[in-house]
Design a protein around this ligand. Structure first.
Ligand SMILES: Nc1nc2c(ncn2[C@@H]2O[C@H](COP(=O)(O)OP(=O)(O)OP(=O)(O)O)[C@@H](O)[C@H]2O)c(=O)[nH]1
Ligand SMILES: [Mg+2]
Length: 388
C-alpha cells in the first residue's frame, strides 16, 4: 500500500484537473462566441472606456504641471461634414418645435384675427420661452404689418410671421465659430464653459469631429480635473477621430495648468485648434467662477482665446438666462451652444438668450449622436419650428 500511495496522489490530481477543465471549457468558449459590438457606444458622463471598449488603463500619477499626452489609437471614424446638418436635422427640430409652430399657425389660419387671437399668439410665444419683451415686439410688428399692408389671406399672414420670426432670431448675426488663431503658428483656442450636465464635454467631442472633418489638426484639453472620468470621457471622443487629449491624471489638479499645457502642446504640434473642456460649475459659486477667470487668464498668456462657448441646456428654459449673464461677465462668452434642442418644444429660448447676453447662438445640439451638432442658422431654425 505504501508503494502505491506516491503514484495514487498524482493520478488523483490529474483526474480532478480533467473534471474541472471539462466543466469550465464550454463556458469559456461560450464567452468567446459573444460578438464584439461593431460600433462603440456614445460616450456618456460616466463611461470611461478606451476606443476599443476595454477599460482605460491606470495612469501613473503626475502633477498638473506635467500632464500626460494620450496617443490616439489607429482605428478612426470618419465624421460627417458639418455643412447642411441643420437641414438634415430639421425633422427632429420640427418634431420638437411643432407645438409652437402648430399653435401659431392654427391661430393664423383664422380669417379675421381678433384681439383674443393676438393674445393667443403672444401667449404661444411666451410658452415657448421667447421672453416677454421679444414676444410683445413680434406681435406688435406683425399686427402693424397686417393692418398697414391690409393682409387678410392666412397664407400671407403666415409668411409675415415667418419673416418676423427670422428677424427676431437674427438672420444677419455673425455666427462664425472662431477656431483659428489670428497669427500664423498660433492655434485658435476654444474654451467651453457652463453649468453641470449641460453637454459641454459632448459638445467638445462633437466639435472636434466637425473640425477634423474640415481637415483641422485638433488638440483637446481636459480642464475638468474634478473626476478622472471626465477626462476619460473627453479622451474617448478624441481618440475616435485621432485627436490627442492633454490631461492631468490626478483628480483635483489645477485646471488652469491643464488648459495652459493643452495650448502649449497645441502650439508645439502646430495644431490649428485647441478645444478646452471645463468642469461644470454653478454661476453662484464664487470660488468656481474665480477659477474660470484664472483659466482664461492663464490661457491668454500662451495664446489668444478665439472663442468662449457657453453651453446652455435648452430644456432648462428661462433658468438658463441667469447662468448666461454671469458666465458672460466672468468668462467673456463669445458664443452660445444650445444643447438638447431635440428634447424641448421651447426653441424660443434662442431668442431670449441672445437678447439677454447680446451674444449669438452659434451651434445647436440636436441629439446624443456623435454628429448631432449643427451650425445654427436663423432661417433653417424658424422653418424647423414652423414645420416648413
Ligand atoms: N438629447 C440630447 N442630449 C444631449 C445633447 N448634448 C448632450 N447631451 C447629453 O447630456 C448628458 C450630459 O452631457 P455631458 O457632455 O457629459 O455634459 P457636461 O456639461 O460635460 O457635464 P459635466 O461635465 O458633468 O458638467 C449626456 O447624457 C449627453 O449625451 C443634445 O444635444 N441632445
Ligand atoms: Mg463634462
Amino acid at each position: 500500500m505504501s508503494d502505491v500511495l506516491p503514484w495514487l496522489i498524482p493520478v488523483l490530481v490529474v483526474i480532478v484537473l480533467a473534471v474541472v477543465a471539462a466543466l469550465v471549457a464550454p463556458r469559456l468558449r461560450r464567452g468567446r462566441q459573444v460578438p464584439p459590438p461593431t460600433t462603440p457606444p456614445a460616450p456618456t458622463g460616466t463611461a470611461a472606456p478606451t476606443a476599443d471598449g476595454t477599460p482605460a488603463p491606470a495612469q501613473p500619477p503626475v502633477s498638473a504641471q506635467a500632464p500626460t499626452v494620450e496617443e490616439a489609437p489607429p482605428a478612426l471614424e470618419r465624421p460627417a461634414p458639418a455643412a447642411g446638418r441643420l437641414v438634415r436635422l430639421r425633422d427632429r427640430l420640427a418634431r420638437s418645435g411643432s407645438p409652437l409652430g402648430a399653435r401659431l399657425l392654427a391661430v393664423l389660419s383664422r380669417d379675421h384675427l381678433t384681439e383674443d387671437d393676438w393674445d393667443e399668439l403672444e401667449e404661444s410665444l411666451l410658452l415657448a420661452d421667447v421672453g416677454a419683451g421679444p414676444a410683445g415686439e413680434l406681435i406688435d410688428a406683425l399686427r402693424t404689418r397686417v393692418r398697414v399692408e391690409a393682409v387678410s389671406d392666412p397664407a400671407d399672414v403666415r409668411d409675415m410671421l415667418r419673416e418676423e420670426l427670422i428677424a427676431l432670431v437674427g438672420a444677419d448675426l455673425d455666427r462664425t465659430v472662431h477656431t483659428h488663431g489670428a497669427e500664423p503658428g498660433t492655434p485658435g483656442v476654444v474654451l467651453v464653459v457652463g453649468v453641470n450636465g449641460t453637454g459641454k464635454t459632448t459638445t467638445v467631442g462633437k466639435l472636434a469631429r466637425v473640425l477634423v472633418a474640415d481637415g483641422d489638426h485638433v488638440v483637446l484639453g481636459a480642464a475638468d480635473t474634478f473626476r478622472a472620468a471626465a477626462a476619460d470621457q473627453l479622451q474617448t471622443w478624441g481618440s475616435r477621430v485621432g485627436v490627442v487629449t492633454v490631461r492631468a491624471d490626478r483628480d483635483g489638479a489645477d485646471p488652469a495648468a491643464v488648459a495652459f499645457d493643452a495650448v502649449k502642446q497645441g502650439k508645439a504640434e502646430g495644431a490649428d485648434v485647441v478645444v478646452v473642456d471645463t468642469a461644470g460649475r454653478l454661476q453662484n459659486k464664487a470660488g468656481l467662477m474665480d477659477e474660470l477667470g484664472k483659466i482664461t487668464r492663464v490661457i491668454t498668456r500662451e495664446a489668444a482665446l478665439t472663442e468662449v462657448l457657453l453651453v446652455l441646456d435648452a430644456t432648462t428654459g428661462q433658468n438658463g438666462l441667469q447662468q448666461a449673464r454671469v458666465f458672460g461677465e466672468v468668462a467673456g462668452v463669445t458664443g452660445i451652444v444650445l444643447t438638447k434642442l431635440d428634447g424641448t418644444a421651447k426653441g424660443g429660448i434662442v431668442v431670449a438668450v441672445q437678447r439677454e447676453l447680446g451674444v449669438p447662438v452659434k451651434l445647436v445640439g440636436l441629439g446624443e449622436g456623435p454628429d448631432d451638432l449643427a451650425p445654427f442658422d436663423a432661417t433653417q431654425f424658424v422653418d424647423g419650428i414652423l414645420g416648413e
